[in-house]
Structure formats: structure tokens, C-alpha cells
Design a protein. Structure first.
Length: 165
């Protein structure tokens, strides 16, 4: 079994779509470990605020199958095929880590946004503070401590996901 970490985000009915994404992930993969939820301003475009979180789970699926599964979940929840990267979205699922694997295909791992976006790094540091980034060689807690927190506005929010919380 491999441990994977996934970033979830939404700025269109975000609580609804995050919960729907979590329910699908739980149905497909089983037990989830979830970070707190954070609200952040849009990055790369002018739009409404996002809700973001990170989830960890275990899987036997290879990386390509995991990525295909995430794309299918996004499409089932209103994500438009070929949608622009910097645009509003119902549900965004990004594979951040697959064990300590470093690769370029079928996706880049570890995902670069871990080191550049507060809305990825902070929840990841909350969920796996002692886990070490396979390239940077630092724990996620240390990376968050060193992160320039003036770069992006981000704050924790309370979201009730029922039995998933």
C-alpha cells in the first residue's frame, strides 16, 4: 500500500463540492485523514475565495490510475473538460505526493505547488508535519515555518462535513 496526499479545492459552492469529493474519495479508497479547511484568495485570477484542504489515504492503485480517478471525480462534480488552470472551479483534486516518489510522468511528483502555495503547504504541514519533502529534504512543518506568509492570504475556517470531519 502506498500513502498518497491530495489537495482539494473549490470556489463554487465550496463546502458542497469539497464534501462531495471527500465522500467519493472515501467510497473509492476507504479511510481518509483530513487536514483542517482553509480559505484563501484566488491565485492567478480574480475570483471568489477558495476553500482548500489536504487529504491522505492509502491505495494500491498506480499513479496513472490515481490521477485518472481524480479527473473522473472532478468531471462528475461539474468540472469542465479542458477548463483553464486559473479559473473558478467546483472541485479540484491534485495528487501532491505518492509515497516519496519523484517523477515527471504521468504527473510531476512531488507537486511543485507544495513549495509555492500556502493553501497547499499549510494544510499538508498540519496533516503530516514530520513527513519530509523528498527533494527539499525538510519536513513540511519546517517548510511551513520558513514560508513567507505575506505572499498569500490564508485562514482556517470551520466547515462541517458531518461524519467525515
Amino acid at each position: 500500500m502506498s500513502r498518497i496526499f491530495i489537495s482539494l479545492g473549490s470556489n463554487i459552492e465550496p463546502a458542497r463540492y469539497l464534501q462531495a469529493g471527500l465522500l467519493e474519495l472515501q467510497t473509492i479508497f476507504g479511510e481518509l485523514s483530513c487536514s483542517p479547511v482553509y480559505e484563501s484568495e484566488s491565485v492567478g485570477f480574480n475570483g471568489s475565495n477558495f476553500l482548500n484542504m489536504v487529504v491522505s489515504l492509502q491505495t494500491e492503485m498506480p499513479v496513472a490510475a490515481v490521477v485518472a480517478c481524480f479527473k473522473a471525480i472532478e468531471l462528475r462534480h461539474g468540472r469542465l473538460p479542458g477548463a483553464k488552470k486559473f479559473a473558478p472551479r467546483t472541485l479540484d483534486l491534485d495528487l501532491l505526493l505518492y509515497d516519496a516518489q519523484v517523477c515527471q510522468t504521468p504527473v510531476v511528483l512531488p507537486r511543485a505547488e507544495i513549495l509555492t502555495n500556502a493553501f497547499v503547504l499549510w494544510p499538508l504541514a498540519e496533516l503530516a508535519p514530520t513527513l519530509v519533502h523528498p527533494i527539499a529534504g525538510k519536513s513540511y512543518a519546517q517548510l511551513w515555518d520558513e514560508y513567507d506568509k505575506t505572499r498569500q492570504k490564508l485562514w482556517p475556517v470551520a466547515v462541517d462535513f458531518g461524519q467525515l470531519a
